[in-house]
Ligand binder design. Sequence first.
Ligand SMILES: CC(C)(COP(=O)(O)OP(=O)(O)OC[C@H]1O[C@@H](n2cnc3c(N)ncnc32)[C@H](O)[C@@H]1OP(=O)(O)O)[C@@H](O)C(=O)NCCC(=O)NCCS
Length: 149
Amino acid sequence: METRACTKAHFDEIVEVIDRWWGGPISTFAHPIFFYELGDAALVAVEDGQMIGFLLGFIAHQPVKTGYVHLVGIHPDFRRRGVGRLLYAKFTEASERAQCVRMKAITTLGNEGSRSFHIATGWQEEEIDDYAGPGRRRIVFTKDLGVRN
Ligand SMILES: CC(C)(COP(=O)(O)OP(=O)(O)OC[C@H]1O[C@@H](n2cnc3c(N)ncnc32)[C@H](O)[C@@H]1OP(=O)(O)O)[C@@H](O)C(=O)NCCC(=O)NCCS
């Protein structure tokens, strides 16, 4: 298994598989902006030529420089094999090189897989009632990095 920069062919594949990998309609989250405009932090995990996971992120500049994980998906047949851990590690390394002071991600209530993954990999969580608008509660994950701007 290795990670690579996401190509247009990978992005096309992500759009095709994402609803299946997530078990529900989520393809609008794979907005082209995360490939065309913010794609420095778009990574895929590949094994034997097959894409088995992806991470779409970007560097945010406020309120502090942050490596933001927008969307992650691992092929259902390849979960619990460290693919998510590897993609997060690579993006965290890139964020550290970019002088980020923390990492951030969000998830919806009820996504216990995501919650367990973030807790197991050392993130702090906070539940915020109206994070995504009135009545739209989210779990916000953060992880401090050991660098200072
Ligand atoms: C959440 C997700 C990204 C995890 O990816 P993964 O490659 O399976 O995770 P890893 O194998 O790297 O797991 C690392 C650790 O996290 C924890 N973990 C991961 N998934 C878990 C789950 N479903 N239940 C409980 N713990 C879990 C475990 O402690 C695991 O270590 P272990 O397998 O040695 O016990 C993957 O399940 C996924 O794509 N889910 C659907 C989409 C999604 O929810 N994306 C994230 C939204 S923010």
